[in-house]
Design a protein around this ligand. Structure first.
Ligand code: OAD
Length: 228
């Protein structure tokens, strides 16, 4: 296997204490997605959206990478071929473990100005009244991709999927596109596909192989197998 492309989702950070979205008690069972994760929701009530992301940022800052994040970093460092990591997660636990990830849904620890596109490290709390450090407009927001917006780096990710020999989806329910379509893209390109998840997801039948269990156990075991 020359090239491995890994897609991670909220399930990989669950054992670090960060909630998933669609499991029992998940984020979208407590919050209305259309109010806090869409451009329309932000236009209606920016303070509410900032409150939501300020709370999530606070949780993320207090969290540590778990054995699954550490194992992926080890794979990136030690594997003889290429290991491309794409994450839907907005936390920075992959980086904290020493890995390099493409954040297709953005990052909680980054801020962006919607008026001039300037980006900077997000402060612990952001407010609707914050002015952009570059253009001065009060158009600052978390550098997060909301529903209805185009995820980041899709062309780069598409190129990697085209040349993948192995594609792994870890801790993701496969319900949000375009990420949910990556398995089909990789398969078309001839890659073997593996789903590593707490349970078989709704899109499990699209994968060649399944490794079921908590990511902190399944991912290190999978990485050990690849490095053997
Ligand atoms: P979901 O909450 O939809 O799915 C999480 C998946 O992780 C589920 O299939 C769980 O079974 C699995 N899981 C839970 N705990 C696990 C564990 N300890 N080990 C392994 N797997 C575990 O989260 P995502 O698929 O990441 O987007 O959601 C995708 C996108 O939807 C997110 O990036 C976010 C969300 O709305 C935006 O906000 C734009």
């Amino acid at each position: 296997m020359d090239k491995i492309v890994i897609l991670t989702g909220a399930g990989i950070s669950a054992e670090s204490g960060l909630g998933t979205f669609r499991d029992e008690g998940g984020v979208w069972t407590k919050y209305d997605l259309s109010e806090v994760a869409t451009p329309e929701g932000f236009a209606r009530d920016p303070a509410k959206v900032h409150d939501f992301y300020n709370a999530r940022r606070k949780n993320a800052v207090g969290a540590s990478p778990n054995a699954a994040h550490v194992a992926i970093a080890r794979l990136q460092a030690k594997y003889a071929g290429e290991v491309i990591l794409v994450t839907q997660n907005v936390d920075s636990l992959h980086e904290a473990a020493g890995a390099e990830a493409i954040h297709m849904h953005g990052r909680l620890d980054r801020a962006i100005c919607a008026a001039c596109n300037a980006r900077w490290d997000a402060p612990p709390e952001m407010f609707a009244t914050d002015a952009c450090r570059v253009c001065g407009k009060t158009a600052t927001r978390p550098d997060i991709v909301w529903f209805g917006e185009v995820p980041k780096a899709l062309h780069v990710i598409g190129d990697h999927l085209e040349s993948a020999d192995l594609f792994a989806a870890i801790g993701t329910s496969g319900q949000v596109y375009p990420a949910a379509g990556f398995v089909a893209e990789a398969k078309r390109a001839g890659a073997r596909t593996v789903e590593i998840n707490l349970e078989r997801s709704d899109v499990a039948s699209l994968f060649d192989e399944h490794r079921i269990g908590p990511a902190s156990e399944t991912v290190p075991a999978w990485v050990d197998m690849l490095l053997r």
